[in-house]
Design a protein around this ligand. Structure first.
Ligand code: C2O
Ligand code: CU
Ligand code: CU
Length: 541
């Protein structure tokens, strides 16, 4: 079918997810521990064909969200197969988003780097948005707006799958602060999740929200605003993407997937020409499991101006930034004092992993094990210009953190592991839209959630539908390993994902506003999430 030897495996049986044993074994146990048969490495992005429906389009889009009246922005977002050049030589088969603007400001959509990442979607706070999602994939998908405060029905949850060939229209208001958010699939069927696979295949894109406060700061824009999506990938000799195949699949399911090389915006890292002026780097960790330790090659501090949920009150300088899967960081880099000819690199620096990381390396599964040091971006100063824009000492101090009192209820979530069975939250795994008594919260209430990590792996814990603040991080046990990341943990500002290190207890404060209904919380190590380290919670009026 294509130069990349993608092989279609036909599926037996029906059901929601169209996943069968045969394919499961090819993809290496995504849906269960069964089936770790060795396969030819070139068959990687395999999926089931859903005869007849995949490219037909139903034309009828079920609608979710606010009414279907006037909107400020209207676009169509299509998930489909494509073949794009990723490495020199043979192009690779990917799954990707592309989009068309139906109505709205001309700069709403822009493509990134001629590779698989979905278009950059640029929205403004206060806009009403309609997105028509078209599934042209051979299996169910959803589109989740990661980090956005939107109603449950438009949140792209697994309980509302878009079937192959179908469309779904969602309408929502942009209520969030200026910041870098993102969108990605969130399907999960009876055989497990497909978030890891579908994102890995290429389905993910950045979403920027702008607001008046940010505009007032006149931060670097245009060529001086670099959006960087960090992901790691493995390739077969013919450049076909490889995911969880062969012998290492079982280990990858426990640790999460680690690729052999890093891609930035879907291509190998490269060097850019820059001028003697300030830059704004907006970085998304879109990897399945890898944690980055972001630092400058000359040891200068990293100046952070924003996190997941937008700008900080004031800039912060750190020696390095620990960026967990799904997290974003907004970095100010001032090259005003640089000389033409000077070079600087953004790197992911080395750190120690625990036994889980070490085992993977021992088994030779990744040429770039967790904790390896590598380059992400080269900068070469080629132009002398006078810009003179200073770093604003005050950014955005509007977010009022919910007040915590001695009466604020504490809800505890124990992150645990059982041999051969994977990871659990309070002893439970994903059971679809089933919510336990202790997973119901009250609309309008403020709570403290504490995540207690009793495993040997870090877990980036994500809560849907809101932004929260970290109020405490405490070491509870002496679990060893995983060192060299602690002082880069960004617990400032508003976050939607927080990294809980082995042996730690992290407390966050959150308020459930505006929307009733079901939302997800889960580990954003996508392999953990897909194998069940995810639950629904319910907001009840
Ligand atoms: Cu990126 Cu459930 O989320
Ligand atoms: Cu999310
Ligand atoms: Cu996890």
């Amino acid at each position: 079918m294509s130069r990349t030897h993608l092989r279609q495996i036909s599926c037996s049986g029906g059901g929601v997810t169209h996943i069968d044993q045969k394919r499961r074994s090819l993809l290496g146990g995504i849906g269960g521990v069964a089936g770790l048969a060795a396969v030819s490495p070139s068959i990687l992005l395999s999926a089931c064909t859903n005869e007849g429906s995949a490219d037909s389009g139903s034309g009828v889009a079920p609608a979710h969200g606010a009414d279907n009246g006037e909107v400020d922005v209207d676009f169509r977002l299509r998930a489909r197969r494509d073949t794009v050049p990723l490495l020199p030589g043979t192009p690779s088969e990917v799954w990707r988003y592309d989009a068309t603007l139906v109505d709205g400001p001309a700069n709403t959509l822009s493509s990134i780097n001629n590779s698989y990442p979905g278009p950059l979607i640029r929205l403004s706070r206060g806009q009403r948005v309609r997105a028509t999602l078209e599934n042209r994939l051979p299996e169910d998908t959803t589109v989740h707006w990661h980090g956005l405060h939107v109603p449950p029905d438009v949140d792209g949850q697994p309980r509302l799958p878009i079937k192959p060939g179908e469309d779904m229209a969602v309408t929502f208001d942009v209520r969030d602060r200026a910041g870098l958010y993102w969108y990605h699939p969130h399907p999960h069927g009876p055989d497990g999740g497909r978030v890891g696979f579908q994102s890995y295949a290429g389905l993910a894109g950045p979403l920027v929200i702008e607001d008046d406060i940010e505009r007032g700061l006149a931060l670097p824009g245009g060529e001086q605003e670099l959006i960087l999506i960090l992901q790691d990938r493995s390739f077969a000799g013919d450049n076909a993407l490889r995911y969880m195949d062969g012998m290492g699949a079982m280990m990858a399911r426990m640790r999460g997937f680690f690729g052999d090389r890093v891609l930035v915006n879907g291509r190998p890292p490269r060097t850019r020409d820059v001028a003697t002026r300030p830059y704004r780097l907006r970085i998304l960790n879109g990897s399945n499991a890898r944690i980055y330790k972001l630092a400058w090659s000359d040891g200068r501090p990293v100046t952070v101006i924003g996190t997941d949920g937008g700008l900080l009150a004031k800039p912060q300088r750190l020696a390095y930034v620990t960026l967990a899967p799904a997290q974003r960081v907004d970095v100010w880099l001032d090259l005003s004092g640089a000389q033409v000819g000077e070079r600087l690199r953004l790197i992911s620096d080395a750190y120690q992993t625990g036994m889980m990381g070490g085992m993977g390396a021992m088994m030779g599964r990744s040429a770039l094990p967790a904790g390896a040091r590598f380059d992400l971006l080269g900068l070469r100063v080629t132009d002398r210009v006078r810009d003179g824009r200073p770093l604003p000492p005050d950014l955005d101090s509007t977010p009022v953190l919910p007040a915590v009192t001695s009466d604020t209820p504490i809800r505890r979530f124990e992150l645990g592991m059982r041999m051969m069975r994977g990871f659990f939250i309070n002893g439970r795994q994903f059971e679809g839209a089933t919510v336990a008594d202790d997973e119901v919260v009250r609309l309008g209430n403020t709570e403290i959630w504490e995540f207690v990590n009793d495993t040997m792996m870090p877990h980036p814990m994500h809560v849907h539908g809101l932004q929260f603040a970290v109020i405490e991080r405490r070491r509870m046990t002496d679990i060893r390993g995983w060192s060299g990341l602690a002082s880069g943990l960004l617990d400032a500002g508003l976050l939607d994902t927080v990294l809980v290190m082995p042996g730690e207890r992290v407390r966050i404060v959150l308020t459930f506003t505006d929307f009733e209904g079901l939302y997800l919380y889960h580990c954003h190590n996508m392999e953990h999430e897909d194998s069940g380290m995810m639950r629904y919670y319910r907001v009840r009026a």
